[in-house]
Design a protein around this ligand. Structure first.
Ligand SMILES: [Mn+2]
Length: 274
């Protein structure tokens, strides 16, 4: 399977200004993605079922697109849910939100992504407990994704300003292995990796076979080619590790959505010719 292209669409008002290319209108985002030649879109929705699954399927079919993944960050942004909250009730509600999102994207072949829903430990003493809660939740939810839909759950290590639980691909592999989450895969987000990894290429090698999704974005959260990342090295390394998933534009909509999307697809075509 070749490495495929995807672009993000956000329907979450609370995420305004965040790193998503298209906004507010799923169909319009799909139309633009189709015009530019993307293979897929990645959906950031306020809640599971926000657009009925039947409608999602119809729009995707109309524009010849696949659904690359569904984000879960709205559970944090809109409801302050976290898998590692000290409050067991909040943790349970977070799991329910993610389980419903797994079942929303699952029939369309789109895995759910755990990013900000992992939360963060309030003090450094609480990091081991946070990692344990996170690892157990990933194992449970990954099992749901795989047993019900035959797809993985995608877990995203974030940079230090967003979580203190897991910041690198190697850390991510450790969590998935030590808590028994074989049905999870890692998300390699180039923006986070640029902050945390010794080198991005080294981080990709350390993630290796565990990497199941890539957020394809430049050093400054702008579209690929608008910052200072070494995309030839990224592309070469992804091919070397045998990566076979999406590179998905999780980039700011700057200077405007079409310019960001076009920069992404041009970078994709340059570095992943097929
Ligand atoms: Mn990301």
């Amino acid at each position: 399977m070749p490495i495929l292209s995807a672009v993000t669409i956000s329907l979450v008002e609370e995420a305004r200004g965040g790193p998503f290319v298209f906004w507010d209108d799923f169909e319009a985002g799909c139309r633009s993605a189709c015009e530019l030649g993307f293979d897929a879109v990645e959906l950031f929705a306020p809640e599971p079922g926000y657009i009925p699954a039947k409608t999602l399927r119809e729009v995707l079919t109309r524009y010849g697109l696949k659904l690359a993944a569904v984000g879960t960050g709205a559970g944090w942004l809109r409801k302050q849910l976290s898998l590692t909250s000290p409050d067991a009730g909040v943790r349970q509600a977070a799991k329910k939100f993610i389980a419903d999102m797994i079942d929303y994207g699952g029939p369309l072949g789109a895995p759910a992504i755990i990013g900000s829903m992992q939360g963060r430990a309030a003090t450094s003493q609480l990091i081991p407990e946070g990692r344990m809660l996170l690892g157990e939740a990933l194992a449970e939810l990954g099992d749901r994704a795989f047993s019900r839909h035959g797809i993985p759950l995608i877990y995203e290590p974030l940079n230090r300003y967003e979580t203190n639980l897991c910041n690198t691909q190697a850390d991510g592999v450790t969590i998935l292995q030590s808590f028994g989450a074989p049905d999870c895969r890692l998300l390699a987000d180039l923006f986070h990796m640029n902050i945390e990894e010794t080198s991005i290429a080294q981080g990709l090698v350390e993630g290796g076979q565990w990497i199941g999704h890539v957020h394809y974005v430049d050093s400054n959260r702008l579209a690929a080619g608008m910052g200072h990342l070494d995309f030839p090295a990224v592309a070469t390394t992804l091919k070397e590790i045998g990566y076979a998933g999406y590179v998905s534009a999780e980039a700011k909509s700057l200077p405007d959505a079409m310019t960001a999307a076009r920069a992404t697809i041009e970078s994709y075509r340059l570095h992943f010719p097929r």
